[in-house]
Design a binder for this molecule. Structure first.
Ligand code: DON
Length: 604
């Protein structure tokens, strides 16, 4: 064991693992446990040195930044942090300082941890003020508005990941340095950023912010592909963060700049919606802290899924769905030749039905665990699976899901990393909508999130992803909104086998489920599993959406079973994944939908 790993292991808390075992229909589902931080699987450390370390991310420059950290002796946590900070510069649509996220860490040998650096509702947040005098929701106040901004979590979270899981061989300032250089000297705008800046809706939002207008629309025109984007204010903010850590962000100049920007934006809201000040105060910023959570660790097909617990809904829905399909024997495994089975109509039908049950629970029961009266253990229990199995028939169940159209943003991004010692990080970070709230903090150079739209207003009122919810996810001061981000690591014994995650709002969850089914059960190559067409179901609205590429006969069979089918031209989500083969070989797959990249270490 290297000094770095030893250091990380000694910092882990003692294990407190709860395990549930049961037999279900003669199938041993094994344990599904909400395992304590510091959970250890049997088998001891993996003695292999992997063929190479790897970083997969949605921007090639950021992936290279991470791989360079691995080459210099950093571990997976070091590389994930440096990659995320580079994304905050070169991928402003989603990479961020002004947002938040989650990270799942698995060390070689079985330690697993989950870090929650989700944004938090400020103390002044007041749900009652989000309705007009007639009780109509002012739902758009939570989107692209100063009132939708949650207290940012990324600066504290990334530093915490470094502090607890980093190798100790690379200094904090070295992890920040590539981002600072990219901000100070500029980088070439790629086709994705240029396209996003031309999008009429995104442009209208960004141009409302003086800071964003000046940075992205110099001379009144959007930056074009190939232009060099220099971000001096962001470089200064990152430099202070490199020198003084999170306190440089949550106090002093940067904190004052955030509050001033929000106050000015609140005062500039249209007549009738004007507020005296934004909701976020200096006290909110000073009080922000990331939280270590017990990762969900669940047994599935001879492996352990290590994934994100609440305030993400992703891990729960993922585990519920995969384990129910396994119990039903319809995931393409169940005794049949896996590669031949694939997604037949029965498998898709069963997946849709399970997702309807799981997403209904998401809407009604899930939220920030620090604000819920009862624990969420039942949702990842064998009993949940048993009930689901009993309820799923050959036809689509009747239902009265509220009709909730969705708007869609694309402002989340995922980074997967493995290092040559076999440690892994899955890190997903978000601004929520594309470019978040669109508000750039003048004097500090970064965009702010609009994450409070992930809270539920109740009464069937949907958020931008068409998600509904009630009291469990109601907005409250100090509370974290329910998320769909699903950073996930699959382990076999002590060996990390797969690392993955995605942007895509609720489609993150179904994208991760489908890639896992294809890669593990159907034994498709990772590349093909990531590229394959997807389907998505989230209880409300009722129709299941299908990307192009599904056979018409399969869709007809689903209709015959009573499913509402919606075929879509636009593809979704952007899975960033790594597979570690039993022989120590490492493969990355960056979703072809978004043109991301993987970067591997060149040194052996
Ligand atoms: O945390 C969540 O679930 C959302 N804020 C994620 C938004 C998202 O993935 C949009 N990007 N594609």
């Amino acid at each position: 064991m290297s000094a770095g790993r030893e250091a990380a292991a000694t910092r882990a808390p003692s294990a407190r693992v709860r395990r549930f075992r049961s037999e279900l229909r003669g199938l041993s589902l094994g344990l599904a446990c909400l395992a304590a931080a510091g959970c250890r699987s049997s088998g001891g450390p993996d003695e292999r040195r992997l063929e190479r370390g790897m970083v997969v991310a949605e921007h090639p420059i950021a992936a290279e930044v991470g791989a360079a950290i691995l080459e210099r002796g950093g571990n997976a946590a070091d590389a994930a942090v440096a990659t995320a900070l580079a994304l905050a510069v070169v991928y402003p649509q989603a990479g961020n300082l002004g947002g938040g996220g989650f990270a799942v860490w698995c060390s070689n040998g079985g330690e697993s941890l989950a870090l929650d650096f989700r944004e938090t509702a400020p103390r002044a947040a007041d749900a009652a003020r989000l309705f007009d005098d007639e009780g109509r929701p002012l739902a758009d106040l939570l989107l692209w508005s100063p009132l939708g901004v949650g207290v940012p979590g990324s600066p504290a979270g990334l530093h915490e990941l470094f502090r607890r899981c980093g190798s100790g061989r690379i200094a904090w300032s070295e992890l920040c340095a590539p981002g600072i250089e990219l901000a100070r000297h500029g980088f070439r705008v790629d086709a994705h950023l240029a396209r996003a800046l031309r999008d009429p809706d995104d442009r209208a939002r960004l141009e409302r912010s003086a800071g964003a207008r000046q940075l992205f629309y110099p001379g009144g025109e959007p930056l074009r592909e190939g232009d060099v984007l220099v971000q001096r204010e962001l470089a200064a903010t990152l430099s202070a963060y490199a020198e003084r850590g999170p306190s440089a962000f949550y106090g002093g100049e940067t904190a004052r700049a955030i509050v001033a920007e929000l106050d000015a934006a609140a005062a500039a809201l249209p007549e009738g919606e004007r507020w005296d000040a934004g909701w976020i105060s200096l006290e909110d910023l000073r009080g922000y802290g990331p939280k270590w959570r017990e990762p969900i660790v669940a047994r599935w097909r001879g492996r352990e899924i290590v994934t994100m617990p609440p305030p993400s809904s992703g891990g729960i829905v993922l585990v519920q769905t995969l384990r129910t399909l396994e119990a039903l024997g319809v995931d393409g495994g169940g005794g049949r030749a896996p590669a031949a089975a694939g997604f037949d109509a029965r498998a898709v039908h069963s997946t849709i039905e399970t997702l309807r049950l799981a997403f209904r629970d998401r809407a009604e029961r899930m939220g920030d665990p620090d604000f819920l009266a009862s624990p969420l253990d039942d949702l990842v229990s064998d009993e949940w699976v048993e009930r689901a199995v009993a309820r799923i028939g050959e036809r689509a169940a009747e239902g009265e899901e509220p009709a909730t159209p969705a708007r869609e943003g694309s402002s989340t991004t995922h980074v997967s990393v493995v290092d040559r010692d076999g440690n892994a990080v899955a890190l997903t970070t978000t601004l929520n909508s594309t470019f978040g709230s669109g508000m750039l903090v003048r004097g500090a150079g970064f965009l702010l999130n609009d994450e409070l739209d992930d809270f539920a207003l109740g009464g069937g009122i949907a958020n931008q992803f068409g998600l509904v919810g009630g009291e469990a996810n109601a907005i409250r001061p100090g509370k974290r909104p329910l998320s769909s981000m699903t950073p996930t690591i699959l382990r076999r014994g002590p060996h990390v086998e797969l690392v993955l995650g995605s942007p895509g709002g609720p489609r993150i969850i179904t994208a991760v489920i489908e890639v896992l089914l294809r890669a593990v059960v159907h034994r498709e190559s990772l590349e093909s599993a990531v590229a394959a067409p997807r389907f998505h179901q989230q209880w409300s609205p009722r129709p299941t959406q299908f990307e192009p590429g599904w056979p018409a006969a399969l869709l007809d069979e689903l209709r015959a079973r009573g499913h509402a089918i919606e075929t879509r031209e636009r593809r979704w989500a952007s899975v960033q994944a790594i597979e570690v083969r039993p022989d120590g070989g490492v493969e990355g797959a960056s979703d072809p939908r978004t043109g991301g990249a993987s970067a591997a270490t060149r040194w052996r």
